[in-house]
Design a protein around this ligand. Structure first.
Ligand code: ZN
Length: 444
């Protein structure tokens, strides 16, 4: 095994030479990057070529902060009846009924391979499909979590397993049907199961999630927040107006205010979607230093609306990005959609600088990988190289490439110094597309 394959053994240094690299101060040319033990030990702009050449633009690995891996199977299959919300949800539930730990492992491994090919080096898996049919516990009650962590390890991506508390179908509505697979009875039951899951490996972090104010009764929210402690804590927030209406009717406050009341917001918390917010909600999120995770391609697919990204940023909210239902898996498409959606909503250009977009796209701290996402000495060696000679990127200025490239332009990906994608080919999963087609074909 070469030092590079091992992620750089202690003491051994692997040298890379980037034609262009996106450094904390902006794009630099002819950049040497030295890696040892999976960590960047030197960055030297203007270095003559030596070591392994990465032609094109090398950016920090991107973070997919919000994923439901199994939703990938729905892509291109929810357009019946013009593709209503119910067409989508019915198929999503049918799929959830059929998965078991073995099939979920195989599907997720291929989905995570697709993510790395598209420029992601970490994923926040918002995981709520915990149990067997009718809610029967597997022999290992965390078998599904273990399947996802193993899938990520085999695909070479970092994973934050966000163990999700999901207890109700809505206000005064118990879980029923396939939803029984999501439930742990109450938040204490959820916490004791989640607490028993202790995966090993540098590539994995365990975090927590409250599915939403719809699916976790208000008195149980504080139990989830307390269990999370210093771990990443995620929650779907105000994705659709109906959630706000229900919350106002039952609790007399918005979902954001309800989360604040029960101690869910804070530095380690990420509110996913944050689409339909009041000015007070945005102030509350900003004051508590809560992050907001936008999922533009999914929000587009589901017809959720366009969230107030620049207003949130102005309120002090840190933005990050996720591909959520995986209608699209493309780190660059997700990144520029943050700006392009704003332009549509505001009828104006120039809402975010490209550096701000890339900061959101590389915010691995939202899922507990605080030292990932910057090409600098001491950072983790997560690098994504994009070719500048495709029909999409040819002629683009290097610092405009995030607005021009797609995942198909990614040639090389390093995760903690390990080569996961080389020349556009996944180095560990031989045929991800064949695997996806086979698994989805069996499930649907
Ligand atoms: Zn989601």
């Amino acid at each position: 095994m070469s030092a590079e394959q091992a992620g750089g053994t202690a003491g051994a240094v692997t040298e890379y030479w980037c034609e262009y690299a996106w450094l904390p101060g902006g794009v630099a040319e002819s950049v040497g990057v030295d890696v040892s033990g999976g960590v960047i030990v030197a960055v030297e702009p203007g270095r003559p070529p030596r070591g392994r050449t990465l032609p094109g633009l090398t950016v920090p690995g991107m973070a997919n902060a919000h994923s439901h891996a199994f939703h990938r199977a729905l892509r291109g299959r929810t357009h019946g009846d013009r593709g209503t919300f119910w067409t989508w949800r019915e198929l999503m539930y049918r799929l959830a009924e059929r998965l078991d730990p073995d099939s979920y492992y195989r599907l997720a491994r291929a989905v995570y391979a697709e993510m790395t090919l598209a420029g992601y080096t970490s994923v926040g898996e918002f995981h709520y499909l915990h149990h067997g049919p009718d809610g029967q516990r597997y022999d290992d009650p965390n078998a599904m979590s273990a399947a996802l962590v193993a899938a990520a390890a085999d695909a070479g991506i970092r994973i934050c397993l966000l163990d999700t508390c999901y207890l109700a179908g809505g206000p005064d509505t118990p879980l029923e049907g396939v939803q029984l697979r999501f439930g742990d009875g109450d938040a204490d039951g959820w916490a004791s199961r989640a607490g028993a899951f202790r995966p090993e490996g540098d590539h994995v972090v365990v975090g927590a999630a409250a599915h939403s104010v719809r699916a976790v009764p208000a008195p149980e929210l504080s139990t989830v927040a307390e269990w999370a402690g210093d771990r990443p804590l995620h929650v779907h927030l105000s994705e659709q107006r109906a959630e706000n209406d229900d919350c106002l009717r039952v609790h007399g406050v918005t979902p954001t205010a309800l989360l604040a009341r029960h101690g869910v917001l804070g530095e380690r918390t990420t509110a996913v979607h944050a689409t339909h917010l009041t000015d007070d909600d945005m102030s509350t999120l900003g004051a508590s230093r809560t992050r907001a995770c936008f999922c533009p391609t999914t929000e587009r697919d589901l017809g959720d609306g366009i969230g107030p990204a620049s207003a949130l940023a102005a309120a002090g909210v840190r933005l990050c990005l996720g591909s959520d239902s995986h209608a699209v898996v493309d780190a660059f498409e997700e990144t520029r959609a943050l700006e392009l959606n704003e332009r549509l909503a505001a009828e104006a250009r120039g809402r975010f600088a490209v550096t701000e977009l890339l900061a959101a796209a590389t915010d691995h701290g939202a899922i507990g990988f605080d030292d990932v996402g910057r090409i600098e000495r001491g950072g983790q060696a997560d690098l994504v190289t994009v070719r500048l000679d495709s029909v999409r990127t040819a002629g683009a200025a290097p610092d405009g490439v995030p607005l021009a490239a797609t995942g198909a332009d990614v040639t090389d990906v390093l995760v903690a110094g390990r080569t996961v994608v080389r020349d556009g080919v996944h180095t560990r999963i031989e045929r991800p597309a064949t695997d996806l087609a086979a698994e989805i074909g069996k499930l649907l």
